[in-house]
Ligand binder design. Structure first.
Ligand code: GDP
Ligand code: IMO
Ligand code: MG
Length: 423
């Protein structure tokens, strides 16, 4: 059975949680493949609004197996908190497998993330401050601790001492912070090990076996195309590979296992943190998008920067990810506008780019070239079919589809499961 990938096509927060939850109805397994608790995926269903950070967004279905793959960095404290929160609202403990190969976020990663942002001042990336970048740095430097190290505290302790000897130098000498104590950290993580040892396993084997047995597997990306470490707006990116190619690495499956790649695109654009954003709106229009769309970070609560839809980014996303279909979300948020604009190209130094320019100088300095379309100015949040949408909304969707180069098969007009149109 081929696997399906869900990816964010913009700068994250496109509604991946909502769409994953919707599709999970036909799935047997949902897998997170990269990132960490920097992600914030909202699921609104069964009278609950869940904000998931590490758990895959299929957890509301008791029969689903939830897998946290090898490509993630795990703060065990955050994972345990999330599991406890599910229990508090009366949901059963998910059937969870946590990859033994995933890396651990350690207390020094959090401190280094925050201290480095502080030192960068105005040049900061605007990270979530949760230690994501420093944990991936240690993974690449081969001094990281992994989830499986929790199962052998002797090895854990040895690796911790090696890592901590250099981390303490950096914390104290570069950032003027207090050194950390290996005993304290080992005691803290021993407690996490007790709680999590029952869910640690061989994620790649479990996923491949599920596919061999004809099960439906959904791979849920975090962040989005433009936050990808290789193809996003570097250095204003996250430290992992949210793109479709990253799904195979993070889940431990072959590319030939993938058939369907669903790109999630918001009907406008948002971004949290620093970095270029050609269609950003700083006046009333952006403010309306922010307040109507409740555009505040799910993880950090920061106001999201808002702007018109950028078809150049979507075309780029389609190219890099091989998107086979698009789920268009938050169309209802544009309902109050008299006209809606969409960016079809960039202009820089007298030249028009209808494709993503490879050079950052062009992307940082470009001006959007807009097409303006009639707005629909009516409430669409209870529309149940494409046919029932106003003519102007249908024209907007059709134009987006034409520009993106992939079919728009799902349209979301509100946060809940019922506010979903399939076409
Ligand atoms: P994710 O990170 O991609 O999963 O997205 P987030 O959960 O961070 O942000 C999306 C926000 O929009 C959440 O608050 C969702 O409940 C909400 N949402 C999702 N789809 C729709 C929609 O079609 N319309 C509206 N108004 N809100 C939506
Ligand atoms: P979901 O999965 C939006 C952004 C941060 C910052 C940059 C680097 O909910 O779409 P990091 O802490 O990862 O080192 O921060 O990436 N960022 C996100 N923005 N949605 C997310 O996740 C994000 N995860 C990280 O704001 O600009
Ligand atoms: Mg989010």
């Amino acid at each position: 059975m081929p696997a399906t990938i869900i990816i964010g096509t913009q700068w994250g927060d496109e509604g991946k949680g909502k769409v994953t939850d919707w599709l999970a109805n036909e799935m047997d397994m949902v897998v997170r493949y990269q990132g960490g608790h920097n992600a914030g995926h909202t699921v609104v269903a069964d009278g609950h609004e869940l904000k998931l950070h590490l758990l895959p967004s299929g957890v509301l279905y008791p029969r689903i197996t939830s897998v946290i793959g090898s490509g993630l960095v795990i703060d065990p404290r955050a994972l345990i908190k999330e599991l406890d929160e599910l229990k508090e609202i009366g949901l059963s403990e998910p059937n969870l497998i946590l990859s033994a190969n995933a890396h651990l976020i350690m207390p020094y990663h959090r401190l280094l993330d925050q201290a480095s942002e502080l030192k960068l001042g105005k040049a900061k990336i605007g990270t979530t401050g949760l230690g994501i970048g420093p944990a991936y740095t240690d993974k690449a430097s081969r001094v990281g601790l992994r989830v499986q190290d929790l199962l052998d505290m002797k090895i854990f302790r040895e690796k911790l001492e090696v890592a901590l000897s250099s981390k303490n130098q950096v914390l104290t000498k570069i950032y003027g912070l207090e050194p950390l104590d290996a005993d304290d950290i080992a005691d803290e993580y021993r407690g996490y090990a007790e709680r999590l040892k029952g869910v640690i396993g061989d994620a790649s084997r479990v996923i491949n076996e599920a596919l061999d047995n004809g099960k439906n597997v959904l791979l849920e990306g975090a962040q989005g195309m433009m936050l990808d470490i290789d193809y996003g707006t570097y250095p204003f990116v996250t430290s992992s590979s949210p793109i479709a190619g990253g799904a195979c690495i993070g889940a431990g499956i072959s590319p030939i296992r993938i058939k369907r790649i669903i790109g999630i695109a918001k009907a406008y654009t948002t971004r949290v943190g620093s970095g270029p954003f050609p269609t950003e709106l700083e006046g009333d229009t952006g403010e309306t998008m922010r307040s109507v769309g409740c555009e505040f970070g799910t993880t950090t609560g920061r106001p999201r920067r808002c702007g018109w839809f950028d078809a150049v980014i979507l075309k780029y996303s389609t190219r890099i990810n091989g998107i086979t279909e698009i789920a268009l979300t938050k169309l209802d948020v544009l309902s109050s506008f008299e006209t809606v604009k969409l960016c079809v190209a960039y202009e820089y130094d007298g030249k028009i780019y209808d494709y993503m320019p490879y050079h950052q100088t062009v992307f940082h300095g470009c001006k959007p070239v807009y097409e303006e379309m009639e707005g629909w100015q009516s409430d669409i949040s209870s529309a149940t079919s494409y046919e029932k949408l106003p003519k102007a909304a249908k024209a907007y969707i059709d134009r987006l589809q034409e520009l993106i180069g992939a079919p728009i098969t799902m349209i979301s007009v509100g946060p809940s499961r019922t506010q979903t149109i399939i076409r």
